[in-house]
Design a protein around this ligand. Structure first.
Ligand SMILES: C[S@@+](CC[C@H](N)C(=O)[O-])C[C@H]1O[C@@H](n2cnc3c(N)ncnc32)[C@H](O)[C@@H]1O
Length: 336
């Protein structure tokens, strides 16, 4: 096609390409051309940036787009604030948008869908709230739905991001825990959500039984559906508060306390649910300086429940804020 181009030295090409993109005048569907040591950046119109320009024939073709930022047209002041990453659950993108960009959220959603046409819906993530850890979300682009099917470690989970908690960021942690399960173990997962720990354990390891439960009835509906869809026969599903469920399912060999903001409150119930020995995985959202206090609390809860500590290790699952981590503690105990 015939177009104008800005002719720039090779070493300035990336910088000028970005300027043209920011101004919304780069012809993205047209191939960049080379002439001696210069690069010709095709533009929608004649653009004067102080570099020579040239009108000519350019090849149309695929242009590699590395980020949704390459297809959005916003002024430079807004571009600096664009989020660099977002989560993808099934075919839904979930993005946190800074307050200053709220007026442009639809443009951000549209750009994500143009960048990756496999994304059917873009949701604005306004934070996880309340006891049931439900995400406050708005559809900002695509179909008006919040349900999708997410694949993790080869297993399929139907989720509704407006009704039950799910985060794809914990996939490696779920795998780490599943890999620790020994044949014949009984596992309790009393904060199971839609089932990603329980179903992975049941399908990839050889437990004798996995007790999966949650207090949110909507999460339990998806949990039941996902257990059936993945044919995770060794999972028993219940609905209810973790304290009551742990009493009901005891004795077990392992308890997963995946409720990072208040899991420590369930330590007593988790230890009391163990048999002669066992392991508790407990999570916290902590400053590094608070980790010692958390270890003390774990040891004291184990002692009160009549156990000796055999092992206590910890690791950072992910950064939660500039100063806090989601931290996992693996606690192994024996009675006496
Ligand atoms: C952080 S989510 C974890 C979900 C799941 N483990 C996962 O990896 O997706 C915590 C879950 O605990 C549930 N929950 C909160 N308080 C509870 C309680 N007291 N008893 C049982 N479940 C509870 C919430 O409904 C939520 O589904």
């Amino acid at each position: 096609m015939r177009a104008w181009a800005v002719v720039v030295p090779r070493e300035r090409a990336e910088e000028v390409r970005r300027t043209l993109l920011e101004r919304g005048v780069l012809l993205k569907q047209v191939r960049i051309a080379h002439e001696d040591d210069s690069i010709l950046l095709p533009t929608r119109e004649h653009v004067d940036l102080g570099f020579p320009t040239k009108e000519g024939e350019f090849e149309e073709g695929f242009v590699a787009v590395r980020s949704y930022k390459d297809v959005i047209e916003v002024p430079a002041s807004a571009r600096r604030l664009l989020p660099s990453s977002f989560d993808v659950v099934g075919d839904i993108a979930i993005i946190k948008i800074p307050e200053e960009l709220r007026a442009r959220r639809m443009a951000i959603g549209d750009a994500i869908r143009r960048w990756n046409p496999k994304i059917g819906v873009v949701l604005e993530d306004r934070g996880v709230k309340g006891e049931h850890r439900i995400r406050e979300i708005d559809v900002i682009a695509g179909e008006p739905r919040t349900t999708t099917v997410h694949t993790e470690h080869g297993l399929h989970y139907r989720v509704d991001l407006s009704r039950a908690y799910f985060s794809p960021r914990l996939a490696s942690e779920r795998k780490r825990i599943a890999d620790l399960i020994e044949a014949g173990e009984t596992v309790a997962d009393p904060f199971a959500g839609v089932g990603p720990y329980s179903i992975l354990i049941a399908k990839r390891r050889r437990p004798s039984e996995v007790h999966a439960s949650d207090a949110n009835p909507r999460a339990v509906r998806f949990l039941r559906e996902n257990v059936a869809a993945n044919r995770a026969d060794r999972v028993t599903v219940r609905q209810g508060d973790a304290h009551a469920i742990l009493r009901q399912v005891a004795p077990v060999d392992r308890v997963i306390l995946d409720l990072p903001h208040s899991a420590m409150d369930y330590l007593g119930a988790a230890f009391r649910a163990l048999g002669a020995r066992g392991t508790v995985h407990v999570y916290g959202i902590l400053e590094a300086a608070e980790e010692g206090e958390a270890r003390d609390r774990i040891q004291s809860a184990a002692r009160t429940a009549g156990f000796r500590m055999k092992g206590l290790s910890q690791h950072h699952v992910r950064a939660y804020s500039p100063t806090k981590y989601q931290t996992a503690f693996d606690v192994t105990v024996v009675r006496g």
